[in-house]
Design a binder for this molecule. Structure first.
Ligand code: PXG
Length: 457
């Protein structure tokens, strides 16, 4: 007999400590139990069918229920379920996948270092970058510059690189040698300024910080091509080329965290290609396996790999699951699907522009002050009075109210403050996008009605 919803909720609240969750609040209401997925939909234990406008957590890029991935995992588990890559050993899928990822990333890259998540990958990067500069006899180059409101994971290094003040407030973060500049959020910081001029100005904050820290102490700059968890902040097109110019000018390494943007989400294998950035290191995770099994890693550019391999000696770093054969086999099968179905080109040429057009049209809604997408990510801003640029009182948590109307109306759309964000599967068809947009409008209307009833607008 399967457990009832209530039984699962009871076990859950008694024993399962969830990530990023207020447990007192959750216990009062009981967790939603998700039981299955197919295509772009998930189902909960009460039988509700929900359009997953967030691809799980930005990861189920090929959609749910892909038998090829199940078969790849089962087959690899039968042959070799696990072996490590320490002690001068390797396995077939890990070596094959490394070659494949390097060839997708382009000729500046030569190697892949594996982990099991985005957070671990960024921990690897912090150690690798500092080891690189030490190997080059510049150990004082240890400071890494990141951005406010960035998300780079939840480990000590990941959360320190990230710019979330709520995370820094717990556990003594950030660790030493990590500093932050303001994010390039045009709508939030300078909506009246010319967008391209703002992009140049925002990139200039990096140069200011380099000069403040001392160029001889700066190791690297890290950024997501488009900030995801921070609310889908799409930078002006002038931003990344200017960031690249500044990194080149001071010889500092550029790290693009492509945990969300990589593997097709923006309509290219890596988002940095589209932004005009030439990173030395790329963080990946999530979409590499479409979330079917944990896998992450770092694509290492020749600039770094050549030094580490020639002169770095042993890099005293690695994980039990680095190059896990089952995870790598699933990743290979996932890349096969993306290639066979032409999903990257489809996002770039067909579904991405289609989504962009329909999403932008939401700005005719009384609650929506701005709505923008890039590939298969999008964000909109809820405002009290858009003509006056008046925001809602933060304490009202209008975004969370909208999110609850989304749940109630069969749609997963996330709230980051008063920004509502989406990241549907890359496998979405136009018909799926039509269905999602229909639900988005229903949810916005329900939120509007609710906000008016409460007298907040
Ligand atoms: N970098 C980026 C850019 C991410 O988006 C990580 C690193 C960390 O990956 P792992 O696999 O360690 O979780 C992420 C993860 C949200 C949300 O609220 C986003 C992430 C994770 C949890 C919540 O949108 N992104």
């Amino acid at each position: 007999m399967p457990l009832t919803t209530r039984e699962v909720q009871t076990l859950d609240s008694a024993h399962y400590m969830h990530p990023f969750t207020d447990h007192k609040a959750l216990a009062a209401k009981g967790a939603r139990v998700i039981t299955r997925g197919e295509g772009v939909y998930i189902w909960d234990s009460e039988g509700n069918k929900i359009f997953d406008g967030m691809s799980g957590l930005w990861c189920v890029n090929v959609g749910y229920g892909r038998k090829e991935l199940v078969a790849a995992a089962a087959q690899q588990m039968e042959v070799l379920p696990y072996y490590n890559s320490f002690f001068q050993t390797t396995n077939v899928p890990a070596a094959q996948l490394a070659e494949r990822i390097v060839s997708l990333a382009g000729e500046r890259f030569s190697h892949v270092f594996y982990s099991s998540s985005g957070s671990e990958s960024n921990d690897t990067i912090v150690r690798m970058v500092r080891h690189y500069w030490t190997t080059l006899e510049q150990p004082e180059r240890s400071v890494i510059i990141s951005r406010k409101n960035a998300y780079h994971g939840s480990t000590m290094c990941g959360a320190s690189l990230g710019g979330m003040s709520g995370m820094h407030a717990q556990g003594g973060l950030p660790i030493p040698g990590i500093v932050h500049i303001e994010q390039p959020y045009h709508f939030g910081l300078a909506p009246d300024q010319d967008k391209d001029a703002f992009g140049i100005e925002a990139a200039g904050w990096l140069e200011q910080k380099i000069l403040e820290v001392g160029p001889e102490k700066v190791a690297a700059f890290i950024g997501e091509p488009i900030q995801g968890a921070g609310g889908v902040i799409i930078p002006p097109k002038t931003y990344w080329p200017e960031i690249q110019r500044i990194c080149d000018k001071y010889g500092i390494l550029l790290i693009c965290d492509e945990v969300i943007c990589g593997f097709g989400r923006l309509g290219a294998w890596f988002g940095s290609e589209l932004m005009g950035a030439k990173p030395d290191l790329i963080t990946f995770a999530k979409g590499v396996t479409s979330g079917y099994i944990p896998l992450g890693g770092v694509v290492v550019g020749k600039r770094v790999a050549d030094v580490l391999i020639e002169k770095g000696g042993e890099f005293n770093h690695g994980y039990t699951y680095s190059g896990h054969p089952v995870a790598c086999a699933v990743a290979l099968a996932n890349l096969d699907i993306i290639e066979k179905e032409g999903l990257v080109d489809r996002v770039r040429d067909e579904t991405g522009p289609y989504l962009a057009q329909h999403f932008a049209a939401l700005s005719d809604h009384p609650l929506v002050a701005a709505a923008e997408t890039f590939g298969m990510v999008g964000g909109l801003v809820l405002m009290k009075d858009k003509s006056q640029h008046l925001v809602f009182d933060e304490a009202l948590e209008v975004g969370m109210l909208c999110r609850s109307h989304c749940f109630a109306n069969g749609l997963i759309m996330r709230a980051v403050g008063d920004r509502m964000i989406i990241a549907p599967p890359l496998a979405c068809t136009r018909a799926d996008i039509d269905e999602m947009m229909k639900r988005v409008r229903i949810c916005l209307d329900a939120t509007l009605k609710d906000v008016q009833l409460r007298g907040w607008m």
